[in-house]
Structures are given as C-alpha cells and as structure tokens.
Design a protein around this ligand. Sequence first.
Ligand SMILES: Nc1ncnc2c1ncn2[C@@H]1O[C@H](COP(=O)(O)OP(=O)(O)OP(=O)(O)O)[C@@H](O)[C@H]1O
Length: 262
Amino acid sequence: MNEAQEILRLDRVRKSFGNVHALRNASMVVREGEVVALLGDNGAGKSTLIKAISGVHPFDGGEIRVRGEKAEIRTARDAMDLGIETIHQDTSLAPDLSIARNLFLGREPVKMPWLGVFAPLDFGALNQAATTLLKRVGISKKLDADVLVNTLSGGERQSIAISRAMQFAAKLIILDEPTNNLGVEETHGVLRFVRDVKAAGHSVLFITHNIHHVFQVADRLVVMRRGEVVAERAVADTDLLSVEALIMGVDVADLAQDGGAH
Ligand SMILES: Nc1ncnc2c1ncn2[C@@H]1O[C@H](COP(=O)(O)OP(=O)(O)OP(=O)(O)O)[C@@H](O)[C@H]1O
C-alpha cells in the first residue's frame, strides 16, 4: 500500500474562523485506489478539512500536494481541475431535472458550441452518454436517464451524485457522510457503490460517524480531534473499540470497561 502513488497530501494545513481554530497543523495522505474514512467527534474539523480541499473555503496556511505536485485550491473549479470531486451532504443535485441532466450539470453536451451560453443542449447525445454511464456504474437496470431526480430515493440520489463524479474522471471522490439519513438497505447500496468506485480505480475520502461502515469499506482511517489529525491506521490493523478510543481521546482499556459506545 505504501508504494502506491499519493493522490493527495496535506501538510500542516490550518484554518481559523475568527478565533476558532478549526484546523491546526493537520496532515494526512490519500493514496491511489484506496478508500479512506475521516473520523472524529462533532467539531473535530472534518467538514472544514474537506471544504478546504474542495475549494469551498481555502486553507489559511500549510501545503497541499496533488499527485506529488504542490497545488493551490482557491475555488471549487481549482479542485475539479485537479481531479477532486466532492459530494456534499445535500448532494447538490437539481431535483427538478432528469438524471441525465444532473449527471452532466453545467457540462452538458451542446449543439453549436460556438454560441457559448446560448448553445442549445444536445438532448440525444446527453441521454445516450447518461445511459452509457449508468450502465458503466452498474445502476442502469433500476434507473432510466430521463427520470426526474425528485422521484429518487436518498440512496439513488447519492449514487447519481457519485456517478457524476466518476463521469468526470475524478481521481479523488470526497463524500460528506454519504449514508446520512438513509435506510438500512439504501446504506448498503451506497457502501457497495463506494467499493465499486474503488474497483474502477478512484480513491475515496469519506466522512462518517458510523464506525461499522469504516470496517465495511475503508482501507485506512484518519482520526481528527480538535483540528488535528491524531491518528492514521490501516483498517486491517485495528478494531472497533480502539477506533472509538482514538476518536474520544481516551485509553482503550478505560473504554473496554464501559463496553464501548456501540
Ligand atoms: N463557517 C464557520 N464559521 C465559524 N466557525 C466554524 C465554521 N465552520 C466550522 N466552524 C467551527 O470549526 C470547528 C470545526 O467544525 P467542523 O464543522 O469542521 O467539524 P466536524 O468535525 O465536521 O463536525 P461535525 O461532525 O459535527 O460535522 C467547530 O468548532 C465549528 O464550530
């Protein structure tokens, strides 16, 4: 695993909101083809970290390297151009548009592209490309490209949002609590999809509060506490109780006496 190429390296990144130090010298790595879970209690800095990587609000200091090269991420466009796609909790899909439109939102194929923003959409090409993509990501049996997103379940919406990221050849797909508010079956569908995304050669960084999911899909976990990365572990080298102890910042023996949180 260590020989795999680094997709993302954060070195002592910092971010403050007024006098709240949301991130203090946080460092971590995501490597090619791995699924990394980002863990930490409420307010640990997880969302701030991924918002900065995705260009929502840039870091105040520290260094970002993407595939070994020093990078500047000031806007969402910068992140996308570096091959980083983030799916925020509200999945940022347009509910009144079709699956096909959503898969290409803002990047739809057009007729007469020289007309710029006035160029009409090429619906034939759009639906064909969308159908091909849905087949490729393995969800074409259930979903038609021209179905409206507002008729889909939460899990299906997540799948469409992740498919969109795959479509644009993102090297790194970041998911902010992808199974939040989903039912049991839907949650399993999304976790299975994360595995498929990895099998297709993408790296995934996902925030979760559910440690069981970490053991189901992640290769590695990164634990944050009070704005710092306090631990990185291979999932195969750890267990549920140890991870809970890392998140809470307590001794695993003390936690074992309480029987753990789960
Ligand atoms: N826009 C903001 N303005 C002011 N403070 C903020 C802002 N965003 C985050 N913070 C603060 O930064 C700290 C880290 O918050 P962050 O949302 O990154 O934590 P988190 O680990 O994602 O928590 P949770 O699991 O509850 O979502 C918190 O103290 C939070 O109140």
